[in-house]
Design a protein around this ligand. Structure first.
Ligand code: GAR
Length: 202
């Protein structure tokens, strides 16, 4: 049975588009996208989803009293889709325990830094400001913290003296597209096992 993926996004959606193309080409196997979820009705990624006949669900968090109420509504909506894996792909909302506890070890995220460095927003700017020589991207399981979950895969990019946050973001994004697909393929083919403190990649 193919793993049923929900992709959560808030904006451009280049990771999502790349995941979709890699599923179509067979580079990600044993996977199908069954839902695109966004908290932002103007997210560019939605246009691509609609033109490729992928189901889209938009719910604006501003219509809810708090994060938990919003996440409960998402969980309720998702229940009929039998989701095996939620991929956060530029989803700019903190995911509460309401989602995490309903999808234990089934939520993954891509973050544009070498975690545990530079968690949270503007990770590329944080790396430039700190003056590190290398940064990169991390795919990790999502736990109850922000960017603290167990690491699945990472890739490194070198930062040159003339890089700014924008050029670094571009460099990292190229690697993100490859890394996220690799991680999803591993998950969908049962090649990831989770121990108390680590993810073992087969
Ligand atoms: C990506 O760089 C992703 O790593 C980052 O947002 C961008 C989304 O791009 N995510 C985070 O910073 C999460 N904390 P995309 O919409 O083109 O995939």
């Amino acid at each position: 049975m193919k793993k049923r993926l929900a992709i959560f996004l808030s904006g451009r959606g280049s990771n999502f588009i790349n995941i979709h193309k890699n599923i179509l080409s067979g580079k990600i196997s044993n996977a199908e996208i069954v839902l695109i979820f966004s908290n932002n009705k103007n997210a560019e990624g939605i246009v691509y989803a609609q033109s490729n006949n992928l189901p889209v669900l938009v719910m604006d968090h501003k219509n809810f009293d708090d994060r938990k109420e919003f996440d409960q509504a998402i969980v309720d909506e998702l229940s009929s889709y039998n989701i095996d894996l939620i991929c956060l792909a530029g989803y700019m909302r903190i995911v509460s325990e309401i989602i995490i506890d309903n999808y234990i070890n089934k939520v993954i995220n891509i973050h544009p830094s070498l975690l545990p460095s530079f968690k949270g927003m503007n990770a590329q700017q944080q790396a430039i400001d700190y003056g590190v020589r290398y940064s990169g991207c991390t795919v990790h399981f999502v736990d109850h913290g922000v960017d603290t979950g167990k690491i699945i895969l990472q890739d490194v990019v070198e930062i040159s003296s003339d890089d700014d946050a924008s050029s670094l973001s571009e460099k990292i994004l190229t690697r993100e597209h490859i890394l996220y697909c690799k991680a999803i393929d591993l998950f969908c083919n049962n090649k990831l096992s989770i121990t108390d403190d680590k993810v073992i990649v087969e």
